[in-house]
Design a protein. Structure first.
Length: 172
C-alpha cells in the first residue's frame, strides 16, 4: 500500500507539472486573442481529477484493498501507457495544449499525432478514461474506478466534449 501511495503521489506531482505547462500555454493563447469556453464546468473537472487521486489512496487504505499481482501489474502497465498517450497528446498539440478550452482565432486545427486519425475523436479523453480505471484498479480500488468512470462520462459527454466541439467549430 505504501508503494501504491507513492505511485499515486508521483502521479499527482506529475499533474502539477502538467498544470504549469497548461497555464503557460493558456496564457499564450489568451494573449493571442483566444476565447475561453466551458468556464462553468472546469472547476468540476479539476475536483474530479484531484478527487481521483485522493479517493484511490483512501479506498486502498480504508478498505485494505489488496494488490492482486496479475491484475495489478496489468493496470500498472495501462496507467503507464496512459501517461505515454498523454505526452503524445501534449507534444502533438504543442502550445495549443492546456487543460481548458481556448480557441485562438485563425489558429490551425492540429492534424498530427493522435489527432491525424479521424476515427479517434478527442484522444485525450479516451486516455483519461483509461487512466481513471487503471490507476485505482492497480490496488483493487474498484469503487473509485467506478465512481470516476461514471462522473467523468457525465462531465465529458454532457459538458466538456459538446463545449469543445462548439469551440473547435470556430476553427473550421
Amino acid at each position: 500500500m505504501i508503494a501504491y501511495t507513492v505511485f499515486v503521489f508521483l502521479t499527482g506531482l506529475e499533474r502539477l507539472w502538467e498544470l504549469r505547462i497548461s497555464s503557460r500555454n493558456a496564457a499564450l493563447a489568451l494573449a493571442k486573442g483566444g476565447k475561453e469556453y466551458g468556464l462553468s464546468h472546469f472547476p468540476w473537472m479539476v475536483a474530479l481529477h484531484t478527487g481521483l487521486l485522493f479517493a484511490a489512496v483512501a479506498e486502498v487504505w480504508i478498505f485494505q484493498r489488496p494488490f492482486l499481482a496479475v491484475w495489478g501489474w496489468v493496470f500498472v502497465a495501462l496507467a503507464l501507457l496512459a501517461q505515454v498517450g498523454r505526452y503524445w497528446v501534449i507534444s502533438s498539440l504543442g502550445e495549443q495544449w492546456n487543460t481548458r478550452v481556448i480557441v485562438v482565432p485563425g489558429a490551425p486545427r492540429v492534424r498530427r499525432g493522435p489527432y491525424r486519425y479521424s476515427w479517434l475523436s478527442h484522444p485525450n479523453y479516451w486516455i483519461v478514461a483509461i487512466e481513471g480505471i487503471a490507476l485505482p484498479m492497480i490496488h483493487s480500488a474498484w469503487i473509485t474506478a467506478l465512481a470516476f468512470t461514471v462522473l467523468n462520462a457525465i462531465l465529458l459527454l454532457g459538458f466538456r466534449i459538446p463545449t469543445e466541439n462548439r469551440a473547435l467549430a470556430e476553427l473550421s
